[in-house]
Write a protein that binds this ligand. Structure first.
Ligand code: AMP
Length: 403
């Protein structure tokens, strides 16, 4: 059901948002993008005079417990984001120090239309990531209706994402505006892409992207592979990659993907030159080398200028671009040039009318860092979720809204 069709007036609406934002050690929100992307849904509900109960996870508190086995509340509490949220919404919001316990239950029942309650980090309860029904049921009791706007966690069947939805009838649950938009943008490249269509992949591992490559080989005209994952392909084709990152066990698969690309008439573009270094360090000695002739003791950490220029020409000819994964170790400035250069080309192609989707995660961070975020068509808030959706798999949290 669409949010606009949900009867929310004077109702208590439980909203799953993705407020998993980066925080400074002092608990300051370092990037409020995820808060801002949730505002359209929250503001709509306020305008419709709903009583809004927000829930989210933050970090991995169960994996980083204190030595006494307790959850590190000060480090992972969602209370830290209250000031930022109040500033963005320009209104006070209340906070409950549990999720589904006495404090949130009592505060949710006292909400008035147009008010907001944020409840504590859902991952403080070990039942969250286990998808426990008992915990989900407690959460469900906090609302008359349920709205899921947390695209970033839609691929996980956690208690507060997929399982909680089971406790609401179909007429009382909907996806939020952000979730709807993410799916619409993903569907555009999946089903409605103008040609030439170019898939740009990078990042550390081939293994994470196999299913994406297989799903898109029948759809794309060009496949650009950069980043660490390129070296598995280069080695598969007989190149010498020195100490570059390689997934040895994926070499036969890389060979088969090269064959499949050929059979399907997909042009595969691998780097020509790379910026190699004699250590995985910002201060290492660096040198430009041909990708297939990297000596032992050296590793490729970025694509070189020739590769960038060739990839750029492919990008500029494309009408649809899907990008997932950086071209190098962009976190280190000496190896960021390839990734930022690709962002420039994607922005330029978009300016000339191409549609560009940045599939979340590191590539989203790189495009934002390069200051080109508003020069691409869409940046997804969910790396893993967008990948899973584009691979053609169902997202459990989305499916749960339809049954
Ligand atoms: P992924 O999560 O697979 O998209 O990988 C992202 C990570 O890949 C980033 O942290 C990059 O630093 C890393 N990466 C990109 N290129 C390379 C490379 N040539 N060697 C090692 N790591 C790389």
């Amino acid at each position: 059901m669409k949010l606009q069709h949900l009867d929310v007036k004077y109702k208590t609406v439980l909203v799953r948002v993705d407020f998993n934002v980066p925080l400074s050690p002092e608990g300051k929100v370092m990037d409020d993008e995820r808060l801002r992307r949730a505002l359209p849904t929250i503001c709509y509900l306020l305008k419709e005079e709903a009583k809004v109960v927000l829930m989210s996870h933050l970090g991995r508190p169960q994996k980083k417990k204190l030595p006494n086995g307790q959850v590190d509340v000060p480090k992972f509490t969602l209370r830290q984001i209250v000031p930022s949220l109040e500033r963005l919404l320009d209104m006070p919001i209340s906070f409950a120090k549990d999720c589904g316990g006495p404090d949130s239950t009592q505060k949710a029942s006292h909400l008035r239309p147009g008010e907001i309650l944020l409840i504590e980090n859902t991952r403080f309860d070990p039942g969250e990531t286990k998808g426990e029904e008992k915990f989900a049921k407690k959460l469900a009791k906090l609302g008359d209706c349920f709205v899921n706007d947390a695209f970033g966690t839609a691929h996980r069947a956690h208690a507060s994402t997929a399982i909680v939805a089971r406790f609401f009838p179909k007429s009382c649950k909907a996806m939020g505006f952000l979730m709807e938009e993410e799916l619409r943008q993903g569907a555009k490249v999946l089903h409605d892409a103008d040609k030439p269509f170019t898939l740009i992949l990078g990042g550390a591992k081939v293994s994470d992207k196999i299913e994406l490559i297989q799903a898109f080989l029948p759809k794309v005209n060009h496949l650009i592979i950069g980043g660490g994952m390129a070296f598995t392909f280069v080695k598969a084709l007989g190149g010498f990659v020195g100490d570059s990152i390689v997934e040895e066990d994926k070499i036969p698969l890389a060979r088969s993907l090269v064959e499949q690309a050929k059979e399907r008439n997909v042009q595969l573009h691998l780097p020509h030159d790379v910026v190699a270094a004699n250590a995985f360090s910002e201060t290492a000695e660096k040198e430009l080398m041909p990708v297939e002739r990297i000596p032992p003791g050296w590793m490729g950490l970025d694509i070189g200028p020739k590769s960038l220029s060739i990839f750029g020409q492919v990008i500029l000819q494309s009408r649809t671009l899907l990008w997932n994964g950086p071209m190098g170790v962009f976190e280190m400035p000496p190896f960021a040039g390839g990734t930022f250069g690709m962002a420039e080309f994607v922005a330029q192609a978009t300016d000339h009318g191409a549609y560009s989707l940045i599939g979340g995660g590191d590539s989203a961070a790189a495009v934002k860092q390069s200051g080109l975020a508003n020069k691409v068509s869409y940046i997804s808030t969910g790396g893993g979720a967008m990948l899973q959706y584009l691979e053609g798999k169902t997202l459990p949290a989305v499916e749960a809204l339809n049954v």
